[in-house]
Design a protein around this ligand. Sequence first.
Ligand code: AMP
Length: 249
Amino acid sequence: MKILVAVKRVVDANVRIRVKADGSGVETANARMSMNPFDEIAVEEAVKQKEAGVADEVVAVSCGVEKAQDVLRTAMAIGADRAILIKTDAVLTSLAVAKLLKQIADKEQPDLVILGKQAIDDDASQTGPMLAALMDVPQATAISSLTVGDGTATVTRETDDGQETLQLQLPAVVTADLRLNEPRYVTLPNMMKARKKTIELTAPEELGIGIDTKLSILNVAEPPARKAVQIVPDVASLIDRLKNQAKVI
Ligand code: AMP
């Protein structure tokens, strides 16, 4: 069984985001970049399936700038067998990424595709569902457990109504939630080994995909600063403030 995992290079989760002065986007020039945290979980899950003897090959794929090779190397250090970079400097929408991944899926014929449930930069949560639709295969989003066997994947997902268990016919697309696993620590020797591996390079044009420009970012702004917090000594003063100051009760 082959698993394809999509990994995105994003501004590191611990970096304080700065918006560009002209409001055209987020400053990434000198920011530390890392693998999207949900994608680390996706890679970890794929590698776990391989270690359990369920999968025999894990292929990591990323779409983006040349430096996205870094996150592919991290994926290989976690345990992915090989990696593909669809190299482009273009701004990619979820649909563009889904179309590119579909081309790789057509070529690689994976039994399972695992993505993160969302990228922490655009918070779109769209790529997985769009890819499943383009591939015309079943999908389960935000999964918190995965069991593969007999041509099916059984997953659980947390919903507002409780825990849902679904069975999907393979091939299928799933997206990883935080609860799926805890990604392993990437050791230096594994990182060194991953550095020596070659990454297959391709480009949207080679895959016959034009990057769509139907969506444009008009403005990016910092969230408004929070108002100063006041601590009240007891419940009576809180009620008094709500009644007489805020006039909300
Ligand atoms: P999004 O729909 O942007 O929130 O992203 C959801 C998931 O799609 C991510 O966690 C990744 O697994 C995958 N993805 C999004 N953008 C890319 C990209 N440029 N390269 C590879 N995978 C991506």
